[in-house]
Design a protein around this ligand. Structure first.
Ligand code: FE2
Ligand code: FE2
Length: 366
């Protein structure tokens, strides 16, 4: 099966290990058929050999930028800021240090319904009907779920119009991924208010693109796609705390935090802040551990090395595909790629050819 179909199957819950879907009906339990309509694979992009030669060659070299290449991300120096900018910097630094030092600091929290759904989904006896009932309490979440269940990723399936059938369509894995993704989106876009909206949107776009890239590449190296997708979504969540502190200072002083300062503070603080959020959200402990050291090359050889390598590699891919500022990464020369042995992995090479179109499709279906 083509890798895109496998990722799509994972993302949509088709062919997953969820098994038949148990739904309580009329006091008893019935096994719901997850739509009896024949499953049609989602639209597949043409493979390189099916494309005109010219298009094929241009599509196949996006990962080989010209000029001097870099095998690791840039290390930013502390910007030298004077006058008002210096005062803004001091204000943001104070807010960040307070956030790090205070265990009771209010951190961005998981919205109530997703939090309850995630807790409930851990129970073995939980039925999808219970989950559907919970989600139905939130109109916005319900509408988003219906949109997801009827999106291009499920092309060919009959339109669903109820929360319960949308839950059945996604399955337990799909619902968990959807809840985390909606929560990260909500927190990222809301945390900075109006002042932080555009930075929040960029952060969300990068996180979602990283998640899709990680899931896809994880599949090509026979690693867990679901874990990789969630690590991609969550690895930079600490940046929302930096964003919030910057926006608070902006509101107080009327002065926006310069980009070079925001980027530098993200570099310095986002791993620690991310670990704190993972703990506060009661995510599995390994998620916090991965987030804490995700830029570390030493971390590649330790526990969770594969997840960290996937994150570092996804950062480069997301940049090369311009979902974040473009930098000339040497994709195969990076320590993460060497660690994952990507140069000799033909499935990964196939993945690279299809990735731009696949990502475009995935990003536009969310
Ligand atoms: Fe990061
Ligand atoms: Fe990142």
């Amino acid at each position: 099966m083509a890798f895109w179909a496998r990722i799509s199957d994972w993302w949509t819950g088709r062919g997953s290990d969820d098994g038949p879907v148990a739904i309580e009906a009329g006091g008893g339990t019935a096994v719901a058929e997850a739509e009896s309509v024949e499953v049609t694979p989602i639209p597949r992009v043409a493979v390189a050999s099916e494309r005109p030669a010219e298009e094929s060659s241009s599509a196949s070299c996006w990962w080989r930028p010209e000029g001097e290449l870099m095998v690791r991300g840039p290390r930013l120096d502390k910007p030298v800021l004077a006058g008002m900018a210096g005062e803004i910097e001091a204000g943001v630094l104070t807010a960040l240090e307070q956030a790090l030092g205070d265990p009771n600091i209010e951190l961005p929290h998981l919205p109530r319904i997703p939090q309850q759904v995630l807790m409930l989904s851990r129970g073995e006896a939980t039925s999808l009907r219970e989950i559907a009932r919970l989600i139905a309490q939130d109109q916005v979440l319900s509408a988003d779920l219906l949109r997801r269940a009827n999106s291009a990723a499920y092309g060919g399936l009959a339109k669903v119009t109820t929360v319960e059938s949308a839950v059945v369509r996604l399955g337990m894995r799909g619902i968990r991924a959807f809840m985390i993704s909606q929560s990260v989106k909500h927190v990222t876009l809301a945390v900075g208010g109006k002042a932080g909206r555009s930075r929040g949107e960029s952060l969300w776009r990068e996180s979602l693109a990283s998640a899709y890239v990680m899931a896809t590449v994880a599949d090509s190296i026979n690693s867990q796609s679901e874990d990789a997708f969630l690590a991609g979504l969550l690895h930079d969540i600490g940046k929302v705390v930096v964003l919030r502190c910057c926006c608070e200072v902006h509101t107080k002083t009327g002065q926006a935090v310069p980009d070079e300062l925001f980027d530098y503070l993200c570099q310095e603080y986002h791993e620690l802040m991310g670990e704190m959020i993972a703990e506060r959200w009661q995510l599995p402990p390994q998620v916090g551990a991965i987030i804490k050291d995700h830029h570390s090359e030493e971390g590649l050889t330790g526990e969770h090395g594969t997840q960290r390598a996937l994150i570092q590699m996804a950062d480069a891919v997301v940049s090369l595909l311009e979902y974040s500022p473009r930098l000339p990464y040497d994709l195969f020369g990076m320590p993460a790629s060497v660690f994952l042995d990507l140069e000799t992995n033909t499935r990964f090479q196939e993945t690279l050819v299809l990735l731009p179109e696949m990502l475009d499709l995935a990003m536009n279906s969310d």
